[in-house]
Structure formats: C-alpha cells, structure tokens
Design a protein around this ligand. Structure first.
Ligand code: AMP
Ligand code: ZN
Length: 471
C-alpha cells in the first residue's frame, strides 16, 4: 500500500515516494529554544513522528533532519534579558527538549543541526541572492529578499499577490502576519541596543541571520534538494515556509520541496495554545499532575493532523481509560494457560492489519486506524470470554501488537515492575482468608482499604493480583 498525504502546495492528496529512488528526505522545523516546548509544539512533533513511523512501517527508509532554532528574536532577547551568552541561555531548553521527546517516545531524527553552526551556509545563500539582485540592502543596513523578484511568491499559502504589489513594505521581524506581506529580512544589521553582544561577521557587515534563511541553509546543506517532505504546524505556512521556498528556489533555480505537510493546532477554548497567550502546558506540568507520558502521547496522536485538537483534562482522562482497555486485554492474554492453538484470532489479526494500514495510507487517518484497532480488542476479548484462545494464539496476538506499536508507540506491552508495600500484601492475604470464610463484607472492606492506598485487586484465573490504580 502507498501513502497519500495532503500537500499544502497543491491542496490535494498525493502519493508519496522517494524522489531519489532510495529513501525519503524529511525536513521538519524544530523548536525555538528560548523556553520549554509546550504540548502544542509536541502535537506537531508527534504528528511528524507518526508520519515517519508510518513510512518505516510501510517499508520506506527515511532520512530525517529537524533543526534547532537557537538564533531568533526570542532567543536573543532571552539571553540579553538574562545577561548570559546565547549558548548558555539556550542549553537547558535544548536538554529539556530531548528529555521530553524521549519521554513521549518520539523517534529521534538523524540530524539536529543548530542554526549557530550553519552561519557560513546562510551567508553563502544571501551573497548569491545579492549577486542575482533578488536581495538588496535596505537603508537600515539589513539585507532583504525582494518578493517581487520571485514570481511564484505566495504559492504555498495561496496568496493573491496582485493586491499587494503597490506600496508594500519590508519587515525585519522573524514572525509576522499575512496582512504584513513584505520583503523579509535575510541578514539583520547589528544593533547594539537590540542585540547586545550577539552578532556574527559577514561580507555584508556585522549582524545575524533572519529566522527563515536558517531552515533553507540547513535543509539544503544536509539533505540537498529536492527534499521530499517538509513539515511543521500550520502557523509555519506563512511566512516561514513561504519564505523558505522563495529563498531556496531563487538560490538553486530548482524546486525545493515536493510535499509540504502541515499539522493543525492544539487549541484551548478555541484559541491556539501558545506562549504569548499564556494558555499553555509543558510536558512537565502534566507529568507532575500524575498523567503518564503514554497517555499524553495517545491524546496528542489520536486526532487527525488536519483537524484542530481541543486540549482538555477530560480528553487526557479518556486517553487513560482507552489505554487501560488495552492493558486489560494484554493482562488477560498473559494469564491464558491453555496449551492449544485455535487459530480464530488470525482472521482478526489479518483484517485489523489491513484496516490499520489502509487508514494510515489515506493521509494518516489515525482516528480510523485506532477505531479499527479498538474493534480488534473487542473481538479478542470475546474470544477470551468464549475460551477460544490458546497460548500459541496469544503469541501471535502479542507479536501483532508489537508490530502495531511500531507506529503507535504507546501500547502497554511491558509489565510495569511495581513495589507492593508490606501492609498491602498483608491486607491481600487477610482478604483471601475472609473470602475463604465467605465473609464478603470483610473482604470488600479490605478491597476498599487497598484501593484507598492507590492499588487495585484483580481476580485472575491464577488468583488475586495487586496492580497500581490507574484512576
Ligand atoms: P516554535 O518553537 O514556536 O518554532 O514551534 C515549533 C513547532 O510547533 C512548529 O512546527 C509550530 O508550527 C508548532 N506549533 C506551535 N504552536 C502549536 C500549537 N498550538 N499546536 C500545534 N503545533 C504548534
Ligand atoms: Zn523552519
């Protein structure tokens, strides 16, 4: 089966393939490390992880580059306000970013280039754009890209440029809105008041690169064009990706990227989760509230990437309950002691695999893929109820779950080691005795006591087992 993705450029679903015939070149815009990434950012990174995992599941090789934006208006401002050098300012946020992606089971990229390590490449591109007279020096000394010299400017965000031909201006901010379509900055001339001691030398004078040129330089240097897939959140479409196209294609004279794929926002009460609105959670906040990384991954992953995802704590609790259903099934399977092979599960495995793959191939329809998967859980539970599953069937099912988990990466397949306190073990044995005496009242009382201590009793075919309480 082949994967189709919605291309922002053509506004159509298109079939993906490696243009070099060997591997998919994937570039994704990474974090601006002026603060901790919030879970809105992680929604986009988890969508990109789903894309990469699906491509690999389908048998493609993927070469993935994600940049780290360590130079932009915000990192520079942060370093200056805190009176430390830029490198020291961004370091803890880079470290936190890697810790968070590890916790969320996001597969690592092959390269994480930092903008500060590619200034030479950026200067090379800007110099070539000046030579071609596509870029010019403004009267503030900064170098700007002239959008009227790139005839397809606006093709990604589907802008009508005729309306702004007259009297458009230029802008030297890294982030701006569509209403401010303008010539954008490639190299910002040094300004002591704004930049402190942060600057780089260049043939165009002291200064620092604009945000957009950073991604063009790193993508072209490491992946080389044409790049297959370039991703980010929808807020990256304009101006960031539009400007990346303009600079890169003006520089090379060739198509920069074939498939542009963008993830809709994580929203809170109708508004984009963002630092500037103050309506954000970072991963650490949620973990300290007792949510598990798998639950957060499940919640961020389970809505189709082209729909907004409304973040709520009810949503996280629902994710927990769904994961609990899977856990229950796995636990049940592991208690099966019948030394037989029935084969009834095989048909469900095959159908589920087919449905799961088909849904993902259709523009990463994860909600459909999960619906197919939860149907499978129901069917397996019915087989268990009917005692139509033997040990060999269990092995096949667990192998299948492992396969599915190559994409989902949140299935509870490993038994969690837990420390059961002495008082709980003693209570459990008292409960067993109460049950033997048929003293149900006492047995229930002890069960409630165990529950109040954060544990639950599960009565399995092999006897009572203590588990940590989920909710
Ligand atoms: P930034 O660190 O602001 O450059 O953002 C990193 C990535 O997160 C970019 O791809 C953004 O498009 C994406 N992003 C930012 N806010 C959200 C949000 N609320 N929901 C989903 N993605 C987001
Ligand atoms: Zn970028």
């Amino acid at each position: 089966m082949s994967l189709k993705l919605f291309n922002t450029l053509s506004k159509k679903k298109e079939e993906i393939y490696p243009q070099n015939g060997k591997y998919i070149k994937l570039y994704t815009c990474g974090p601006t490390v002026y603060d901790y990434a919030h879970i809105g950012n992680f929604r986009t990174y988890i969508f990109e992880d789903l894309l990469k995992r699906t491509l690999r599941f389908l048998g493609y090789e993927v070469l993935h580059v994600m940049n780290i934006t360590d130079i932009d208006d915000k990192t520079i401002k942060g370093a200056i306000n805190n009176n430390i050098d830029l490198k020291r300012y961004v370091e803890p946020y880079i470290k936190a970013f890697f810790e968070d992606i590890k916790k969320l089971n996001i597969n690592f990229a092959d390269f994480y280039p930092k903008a500060t390590d590619y200034i030479g490449e950026m200067i090379k591109i800007i110099a070539a754009l000046l030579d071609k007279e596509i870029a010019y020096r403004g009267n503030d000394g900064s170098i700007y890209f002239s959008i009227k010299n790139f005839s397809s400017y606006g093709k990604l965000s589907h802008l009508k440029l005729e309306n702004i031909e007259e009297g458009y201006s230029r802008i030297d901010l890294d982030e701006y809105e569509k209403e401010n379509i303008s010539d954008f900055v490639l190299w910002k001339a040094y300004d002591k008041k704004r930049d402190g001691d942060i600057f780089w030398e260049s043939p165009f004078g002291k200064g620092r690169p604009g945000w957009h040129i950073e991604c063009s330089a790193m993508a072209l240097k490491i992946l080389k064009d044409p790049i297959d897939i370039h991703c980010g959140g929808v807020d990256n479409i304009f101006p960031h990706h539009e400007n990346e196209i303009a600079q890169s294609e003006s520089f090379t004279g060739r198509e920069f990227v074939k498939w542009w794929v963008h993830c809709e926002h994580l929203i809170v009460e109708g508004r984009k989760m963002s630092k500037s609105l103050g309506n954000f959670y970072i991963l650490r906040d949620l973990l300290s509230k007792g949510f598990k990384a798998e639950e957060i991954r499940f919640e961020l992953l389970s809505t189709h990437y082209r729909s907004n995802l409304n973040f709520t704590f009810e949503g996280l609790t629902a994710a927990r309950k769904n994961l609990f259903k899977i856990e229950e099934m796995v636990r049940r399977l592991k208690t099966i002691d019948i030394d037989k092979y029935y084969g009834y599960a095989d048909r469900f495995i095959l159908n589920t695999l087919e449905g799961f793959e088909k849904a993902l191939c259709d523009d990463l329809n994860i909600s459909k893929a999960l619906a197919v998967f939860f149907e499978f859980i129901k069917d397996i539970n019915i087989l268990c109820d009917k005692k139509n599953i033997g040990k060999k069937d269990v092995i096949n099912i667990l192998d299948f779950l492992k396969k599915i988990d190559e994409v989902l990466a949140f299935l509870p397949l490993e038994e969690e080691e837990i420390d059961i306190p002495k008082e709980i073990k003693e209570a459990l044995s008292k409960r067993e005795k109460a049950r033997e005496r048929k003293d149900w009242k006492e047995a229930d009382k002890i069960r409630d006591f165990i529950f109040s201590k954060g544990f639950v009793i599960e009565d399995t075919e092999k006897g009572a087992v203590i588990k940590k309480r989920k909710f």
